[in-house]
Ligand binder design. Structure first.
Ligand code: BJW
Ligand code: ZN
Length: 264
């Protein structure tokens, strides 16, 4: 008989660090949960070919993300900032959701209450079919006028950088949240309520180094909710997790989903 433990041993690599007990525990916790929240980060898109911010490949032309995703960088040189974002946008235009995104999209049907909170700006959860995604750090496909504040979707390749507002002609910036900027109020409030109410919070593919998003994990834990981490590496909040599933989310989430299907 092929058991999870056989599979883990056979597959080696990341999965050899996850025991079948961890997976069993996660399945039991998920099967019993009514109010479930998933908080995702860049790692959930890694298997779609989207680079993460930190760790290997976390630099862009020698800049750390903190240096370029900031109002100071924008003030110093909007063109450098736009080149960074336009390079990412063009790359993102060629990628698709991976099995991890697809499972999270299916889970909006599986659980009575399911909230998907993401730090990602890539729109891949929506492309996978997730509705009502709570975007904490904005969306790379939206631009915001620095003059009148109007926002619009702009998916086309930019022939002028920075693009200009069709209403007032001022420079537009990416409608994303940079360091030192407040998170958009309504999504952050919704995420906070969901995290405080959650019986179970899955923390998927985030280093949990950036606040206030990472603070959501602590909110669930302090309120007595179960935290399950899905990440090949321990995040900064790994100690808060009751269960750690060490591996790529594009493999772990489908296995959890399959096991949940068998359990129901
Ligand atoms: C896999 C995988 C696979 C790999 N499967 N996993 C001290 C304490 C508390 C807060 C602060 C502080 N000092 C400064 C602050 C505030 C600051 C902050 O948190 N800084 C820290 C870095 C210290 N936060 C802010 O400024 C925020 N605003 C704020 O606090 O407002 C209040 C305020 C106002 C005024 C003054 C002061 C405070 C705003 C934060 C905005 C973050 N913006 C970015 C850019 C968005 C736009 C863009 O995309 O360009 O958001 S930065 C970047 O980091 C992006 C991400 O959403 C965010 C989080 O990164 P994430 O997703 O965790 O990615 P990585 O790369 O870090 O991790 C990837 C993970 O995936 C790893 O763990 C891998 O192992 C894993 N992985 N492959 C699953 N296959
Ligand atoms: Zn304008």
């Amino acid at each position: 008989m092929v058991t999870d433990r056989n599979l883990l041993i056979e597959r080696g690599g990341y999965n050899s660090r996850m025991t079948s007990d961890d997976l069993d525990g996660a399945v039991v916790a998920l099967a019993a949960a009514v109010r479930v929240v998933a908080l995702t980060g860049a790692g959930v898109s890694a298997e779609s070919g989207v680079p993460t911010f930190r760790g290997t490949g976390g630099l862009w032309e020698g800049h750390r993300v903190e240096e370029i995703a900031s109002p100071e960088a924008w003030r110093a040189d909007p063109l450098v900032v736009w080149r960074f974002y336009e390079t990412r946008r063009r790359k993102l235009a060629t990628v698709s959701p991976n099995p991890g995104h697809l499972v999270l999209a299916r889970w909006q049907e599986r659980f009575e209450e399911f909230a998907l909170v993401t730090q990602n700006v890539d729109g891949l959860h929506q492309a996978a079919g997730s509705r009502d995604v709570i975007e904490l750090h904005g969306n790379i496909w939206r631009v915001r006028c620095t003059g009148c504040g109007a926002e619009r979707m702009e998916r086309r390749q930019l022939d002028e950088m920075p693009p200009r507002c069709p209403r007032c002609g001022a420079a537009e910036r990416p409608a994303v949240v940079w360091f030192g900027e407040c998170l958009p109020e309504e999504p952050f409030e919704r995420a906070t309520r969901a995290a405080l109410d959650a019986e179970l919070l899955l923390v998927v593919g985030t280093s949990a180094q950036v606040y206030p998003a990472a603070g959501l994990v602590e909110m669930t834990a302090v309120n007595g909710g179960t935290v399950i981490e899905v990440n090949p590496e321990p995040s900064a909040l790994a100690h808060v997790a009751s269960i750690s599933l060490r591996g790529p989310s594009g493999e772990i989430l489908p296995r959890l989903d399959e096991r949940l299907g068998e359990a129901s």
